[in-house]
Design a protein around this ligand. Structure first.
Ligand SMILES: Cc1cc2nc3c(=O)[nH]c(=O)nc-3n(C[C@H](O)[C@H](O)[C@H](O)COP(=O)(O)OP(=O)(O)OC[C@H]3O[C@@H](n4cnc5c(N)ncnc54)[C@H](O)[C@@H]3O)c2cc1C
Length: 422
């Protein structure tokens, strides 16, 4: 069992965070950042199975320009690379976009984030990060919550231990949540490579490159020029059926070879994952003392799969609430209009994968970049929503909107009859 503080004899905490990944560490970092004094942070235990952090992923996100004099968010310091322009392409057509008000596409290597938060935690005696430990059970009592966990390498058997928390933030994907039931699964496999000679790409983030369709559905490449000699190349599918990221390795290698052309390269690291798009049954927090966050709680935006900024927003709000009122704060669902639009969008793609490239290309061609960015980052105005709607192909969209309306009515009538039976 590894902890950041030598004295780990405490067994009672104000807050227990289950999982020291993006959401768990973001909350710890936000508490450290926002507390007027380190001692104002409540006694917190983070329980994480990993023994050490590795550079297992990268987080990219769009952010509006920072105005002169405006405080720079902590995460901005972690950004390794930013792009002023991004591109969507399909066949021989490409659309280059950039923002008139300073939005950029940012890239954070996960290891920078993990290292920074570990340092912040080490400096705060009220937060303990317990690594190599896995939570096995949570027991809700009237005045406290028991958290059971096992420590040690996963192939060894260790005695179960218990801590008591007043509140719990749970970042695991609960067993009751089936990520495979999402309308679509964004499945990807990628490589960061170092080339022996400079690549030929200009400084543009190719966020949806070479969009295409085969009998298994919609796919594209994701190509980020990190510096003159380094690229991140990922192959992505929007899959209806569950698909393992490892099954995409050979496709990802093909994309990599295509992108690198004749240049020789070494693979520096790999990253892969599955992000649910349009989760049917995200876990809901039923007791205000035990809240859920992360991919199982709907942290990924249904229509895009982007989750990092949404997790940061929640972490900031939750930390503020903990420090001012002593209460954890749930992840806020999207507005009803945005949720509805995302569902119609996803239904359109899953029902008609063949038109997906045309659909994304229409958005890139016809929606003003800043409107599209506000839509993609959860902050669209009514005008932005209108611009997005007008850019999409009408007939399949209307058909899917009607199907969504019908599905909503069926759910409502089921709920009603369930209440009637009771
Ligand atoms: C490879 C990859 C790249 C991504 N890139 C982007 C991106 O560019 N932009 C974007 O917006 N989103 C991206 N995402 C989506 C999302 O931002 C990440 O998945 C993010 O890490 C989600 O945060 P989380 O805290 O929910 O999950 P995680 O970061 O996975 O954290 C969950 C933690 O819970 C721990 N845990 C699991 N079981 C237990 C247990 N029993 N007890 C205690 N702890 C447990 C895990 O070890 C893990 O550390 C990416 C996802 C992946 C997988």
């Amino acid at each position: 069992m590894l902890t950041n503080h030598n004295d780990n004899s405490c067994s009672e905490y104000d807050l227990v965070i289950i999982g020291g990944g993006c959401a768990g560490l973001s909350l710890a970092a936000a508490m450290c950042r926002l507390a007027a004094k380190p001692t104002h942070v409540p006694s917190t235990l983070i329980i994480e199975p990993r023994l050490r952090y590795t550079d297992d992923r990268s987080w990219c996100f769009w952010e509006a320009g920072v105005q002169p004099g405006q405080a720079v968010h902590e995460n901005t310091k972690l950004v390794a690379k930013s792009w002023h322009a991004w591109e969507f392409s399909s066949g021989s057509v490409s659309h280059l976009q950039s923002s008139v008000s300073g939005w950029k596409y940012h890239y954070i290597p996960a290891i920078r984030f993990y290292d920074q938060v570990e340092k912040q935690i080490v400096r705060n005696k009220n937060i303990t990060l317990l690594m190599g430990s896995r939570v096995t059970d949570v027991n809700l009592g009237d005045d406290h919550i028991e958290v059971f966990f096992e420590s040690g390498p996963s192939d060894s058997l260790y005695e179960t231990q218990k801590v008591v928390g007043r509140q719990i933030v749970d970042t695991r994907v609960p067993e009751s949540v089936d990520l495979g039931s999402a309308l679509l699964k964004q499945v990807f496999f990628g490589f960061e490579v170092k080339l022996n000679s400079p690549h030929q790409f200009d400084d543009v983030a190719r966020v949806m490159e070479d969009m295409r369709v085969d009998e298994e559905g919609f796919m594209f490449d994701y190509v980020l020029p990190l510096n003159r000699n380094s690229l991140l190349v990922e192959f992505t599918r929007f899959a209806e059926k569950p698909l393992s990221p490892d099954s995409l390795r050979s496709d990802a290698l093909k994309s990599l070879r295509r992108v690198c052309g004749d240049s020789e390269f070494q693979i520096v690291r790999e990253e892969a994952g599955v992000i649910p798009m349009g989760l049917n049954n995200p876990v809901a927090s039923t007791d205000p003392r035990w809240i859920h966050i992360g991919l199982g709680a709907g942290a990924a935006r249904p229509s895009t799969g982007y989750a990092f900024k949404r997790i940061q927003r929640w972490a900031e709000q939750c930390a503020e609430s903990i420090l001012s009122e002593g209460k954890v704060r749930r992840f806020q669902p999207d507005s009803a209009s945005l949720m509805w639009m995302d569902k119609v969008f996803l239904r359109t793609i899953s029902g008609n994968p063949a038109i997906a490239p045309q659909l994304f290309m229409s958005l890139a061609r016809d929606v003003p970049p800043d409107s599209l960015l506000r839509f993609l980052t959860d902050r669209p105005s009514t005008r932005d929503l209108l611009a997005v709607t007008l850019a999409l192909p009408k007939l399949p969209l209307i058909r899917c909107a009607l199907a969504e309306l019908f599905a909503g009515m069926r759910t409502a009538s089921r709920t009603q009859s369930w209440h009637e039976v009771r």
